[in-house]
Design a protein around this ligand. Structure first.
Ligand code: AMP
Length: 365
């Protein structure tokens, strides 16, 4: 029997866009989230509860044909018993690796995927040693639960070490060599349980303060795309992965250095809703429901711009020809991802013009 109810752990914007992609396929989503106003809860039913609550997760599993994730940080010890109740895709093992930056880097390195020089830090002495051995500048990060630049401190000079330690010091950290990159790119792909893989075009991502501002795609570079696909495939195969997986890379001296992976749909893949034949959300659902994977071809040259902290003037933005507007239904708060917009054009030059027009109407806070 094909799955018809998808249990989604977390009802953020990723879950919301998954649920919206599910309706045309006849798939219904059921969320678990602590907030009745969460973005996903506005478009599909929800069980209220903590995302790590074993009892609530078991209830979600008993009501779902397959469980998947908007939020990947549920401990694998909590997830493992659920495997007796229903399918969990991606697997607890894939989540476990991506929950810890050190384990993620170890997996990349074991697959000969280049990563930044790094060391674990559990004390200030460890940090002093790492800064000496790996060198400055570097980035001190929490190994777990960091996202969008949270739990990170860039150490440019030795005098910054005390401030870094005062800010996020403790155990469970990683120190990475700072990467002087020309660009940040990401690759999103989907793998079915039978092992078929589809890849989206590379996307070039512009961050500020650790948060994605906008992406342009396709980012055309045949050699880098080939390498990125090879790396994504290696990771997917090593984890017997099912669903959408994203890997973020730095381009350093013309080569890819893997930064991190996300075992779920990814912000740098939001452009695929309007810019590709089949979106990342639909392909994630197809993969976890054993449906044939959809065509990942780009429809043109796309820009996706995030709305952060403040919602822009909808009327003025919709005045841009062909612009697609996505409101996640969240209360504005500084730095919060509230929505995004997408414009697809027929040439890179026209896309760049649309990016400039769009940025004039968007204020980030
Ligand atoms: P992350 O949470 O690891 O994705 O980091 C958020 C952003 O911080 C990245 O997209 C980069 O812009 C920046 N960043 C993180 N790690 C490094 C690094 N080792 N070198 C340079 N920039 C970094």
């Amino acid at each position: 029997m094909r799955p018809s109810t998808i249990g989604i752990v977390g009802a953020g914007q990723l879950g919301r866009m998954l649920a919206l992609a599910g309706y045309p396929l006849g798939l219904r989503c059921l969320f678990l989230d602590r907030s009745p106003d969460a973005p996903g809860a506005q478009v599909a039913p929800i069980l209220l509860g903590e995302l790590q609550d074993a009892g609530r997760l078991a209830e979600l599993a008993s009501k779902s044909d397959v469980i998947t994730f908007d939020w990947e940080n549920v401990p694998s010890t909590v997830l493992a018993p659920l495997e007796k109740l229903t399918a969990i895709r991606p697997s607890p093992r894939a989540l476990e690796v991506s929950q810890d930056r050190l384990h993620e880097k170890a997996l990349f390195a074991s697959l000969r995927i280049p990563v930044a020089a790094h060391a674990t830090v559990d004390s200030k002495d460890d940090l002093l040693r790492a800064a000496r051995e790996i060198g400055l500048p570097g980035v001190l990060k929490t190994r777990r639960l960091g996202y969008d630049g949270k739990g990170q401190f860039v150490i440019r000079h030795a005098e910054h070490i005390d401030a870094a330690w005062a800010s996020i010091g403790g155990t469970g950290l990683i120190y990475e060599k700072f990467q002087v990159f020309s660009r940040e790119v990401s690759l999103v792909g989907a793998r079915s349980a039978a092992g078929k893989i589809v890849y989206y075009p590379l996307s070039a991502n512009t961050h500020s303060g650790g948060v994605l501002r906008y992406s342009i795609a396709p980012y055309v570079n045949v050699a880098l795309e080939r390498a990125a696909r090879r790396y994504l495939r290696k990771v997917m195969e090593a984890l017997a992965y099912v669903g959408v997986l994203a890997i973020e890379f730095f381009i350093v001296k013309g080569k890819l250095v893997a930064n991190e992976m996300a075992p779920r749909v990814h912000n740098s893949g939001h452009w695929t809703i309007d810019g590709c034949v089949t979106s990342q959300f639909e392909n994630h659902l197809r993969a976890i429901c054993d449906l044939p994977l959809g065509d990942t071809r780009a429809l043109g040259h796309t820009v996706m711009v995030n709305f952060l902290g403040l919602m822009p003037d909808r009327e003025r933005l919709l005045g841009i020809d062909g612009l697609a507007f996505h409101d996640y239904g969240k209360e504005p708060r500084p730095g919060r991802k509230l929505g995004h917009c997408t414009v697809v054009r027929s040439s890179p030059a026209a896309r760049n013009l649309a990016l400039a027009q769009t940025l004039k109407l968007i204020e980030w806070s």
